[in-house]
Design a protein around this ligand. Structure first.
Ligand SMILES: C[S@@+](CC[C@H](N)C(=O)[O-])C[C@H]1O[C@@H](n2cnc3c(N)ncnc32)[C@H](O)[C@@H]1O
Length: 481
């Protein structure tokens, strides 16, 4: 991040032009007030996230379009929004230390701007005076001098020390609490860092790399629709690079909106993490007892990323896919993403979908905490709490049991989560193996060519090792007869 403060844009319309109203009769627009549009957009998204539980990665693109921000403004707004949303816990600890009060005692509207300013001061190369002045301007424009004085005072204290020094002062002692220290330093809730350490097991020494990977800006992954375009052709068409593991993956390094790419608009490609591509492909590669008659099921299919890949692969061999999703608007997304493919969408609960048993292959891409995709969902680490896990695990076990009941003899179910939390992964699979007559396959063989998959039989992908989301998958096969 090399952005420094630029002169604020001025409106071309003279202040007072509209409706010929006198100058003093209306508030100046943000541009007229000299407010930086990128920072204002970032502040507004942070506010929507805090007040309405909005998703930053949905609100920001819409807001950039609405305000016609592009180029450097869009890049700066994106960096500041996602960066501040990810780092919230660390930013709040520093703000609390500088304000001499808990952040819960600070007016939320001021806190958004303080987070934005603190992020710029600690984690970007934006000149400190610019970070402070633009934050103060935003607050002064909305609340007046008194509150902007408070923001000014807090941010000036933040600016006294670099991030490392704040971490050294505020984080738990690394000798006594190494996981707590890393969690603080890499801005993760401690329970999530602990869950990652447990999932890494003997490789827990890699925890710092996992946490750091979560904070890196994620590369956009595209999937080339099989039978329509190859990854090579897609890479050429988009200027991207072929992904290392999935035969359909292309990585886009450049920023910008992938939805505007011709290949994506024309349905030849879609945005999909390479790990998700590997999950869908693994289901198709699993060895069945007996021949594959091409009757496949995606039991938790919304919004349809994997259903679309499965549908395209099924189409090549004349197979079909049933896709189940209980939430109507997510079912509609599946219909859109699988248009033209042999996929039938069922709005139903996967625990009792009302489908005829006898499937050759079933994917259970279970609802989960999403702890494996934190880099793509900036605010989610601060929204989730440990109490979410037990309820999800109950649902995951029920969905997996339902899937096993829908298999034909010799059929395979692939259980997957975008979470590495072992309660959602290994424990759910162990429970299924204990309760049901299924054999666990070596899932590593279903992701050929991918290194560092551990001792099996399940597969845990990691952002720091594979550049994918931390997808988990385990294949279970029903006895042949
Ligand atoms: C991890 S997402 C699946 C992502 C999807 N496979 C893809 O690649 O786009 C889990 C989905 O399960 C759905 N879900 C939640 N409860 C469910 C249930 N009882 N039965 C089936 N699906 C359910 C959620 O609405 C969500 O769309």
């Amino acid at each position: 991040m090399t952005e420094s403060r630029r002169p604020a844009r001025r409106s071309r319309r003279g202040p007072g032009d509209r409706n010929n109203k006198p100058r003093q009769a209306r508030r100046p627009s943000p541009a007229e007030a000299g407010l930086d549009p990128a920072r204002l957009a970032a502040r507004d998204v942070l506010r929507a996230v805090r007040e309405r539980d909005a998703y930053a990665n949905l609100v920001l693109p819409a807001l950039l379009r609405e305000r016609r921000l592009d180029g450097r403004d869009a890049a700066l707004a994106t960096e500041l929004t996602y960066g501040a949303a990810r780092a919230q816990g660390l930013l709040d600890a520093v703000i609390a230390a500088c304000a001499n009060r808990a952040v819960t005692e600070i007016d939320g509207a001021l806190l958004d701007t303080l987070r934005l300013g603190t992020y710029q001061l600690l984690r970007t190369r934006i000149a400190p005076h610019a970070a402070v002045a633009t934050s103060v301007d935003i607050v002064r424009g909305e609340f007046g001098h008194g509150k902007s004085g408070f923001v000014n005072a807090v941010l000036r204290r933040v600016a006294e020390k670099p991030e490392e020094q704040w971490v050294a002062e505020l984080a738990p002692d690394p000798a006594r609490d190494p996981v707590g220290h890393l969690a603080f330093r890499y801005a993760h809730p401690e329970w999530i860092a602990k869950a990652f350490a447990v999932a890494l097991g003997p490789d827990a020494g890699e925890l710092e790399e996992v946490l750091a990977a979560d904070d890196a800006r994620p590369v956009v992954h595209l999937v080339a629709r099989p039978g329509v375009i190859t990854a090579e052709e897609l890479a050429l068409a988009t200027g991207g690079e072929i992904g290392p593991w999935s035969p359909y993956a292309v990585h886009l390094d450049a920023g910008g909106d992938p939805g505007k790419l011709d290949a994506v608009r024309e349905g030849m490609a879609a945005v999909q993490d390479e790990g998700s591509q590997l999950v869908a492909r693994a289901l198709t590669l699993a060895p069945l007892g007996g021949p594959d008659r091409g009757r496949w099921l995606d039991l938790c299919a919304g919004p349809g990323g994997k259903a679309a890949l499965l549908g395209a692969l099924a189409d090549i061999d004349g197979g079909t896919v049933d896709a189940v999703e209980p939430v109507e608007h997510r079912a509609e997304l599946i219909r859109k993403s699988t248009r033209g493919l042999p996929v039938t969408v069922h709005v139903a609960d996967g625990r009792e979908p009302g489908l005829e048993p006898g499937y050759d292959r079933i994917l259970v891409d279970a609802p989960c905490t999403g702890l494996g995709a934190l880099r793509r969902r900036p605010e989610s680490r601060w929204r989730r709490n440990p109490g979410d896990v037990a309820e999800l695990v109950r649902l995951q076990k029920q969905l997996l049991a339902s899937a096993i009941g829908l298999l034909r003899p010799g059929g395979v179910v692939l259980y997957a989560t975008c979470s590495p939390h072992t309660s959602e992964t290994l424990a759910v699979v162990a429970d299924a193996v204990r309760r049901h007559n299924v054999e666990q396959l070596d899932t590593r063989e279903l992701v050929p060519g991918v290194p560092r998959l551990g001792d099996g039989p399940a597969v845990q992908l990691w952002p720091h090792r594979h550049g994918t989301d931390a997808m988990f998958m385990a294949a279970l096969r029903a006895p042949a007869s």
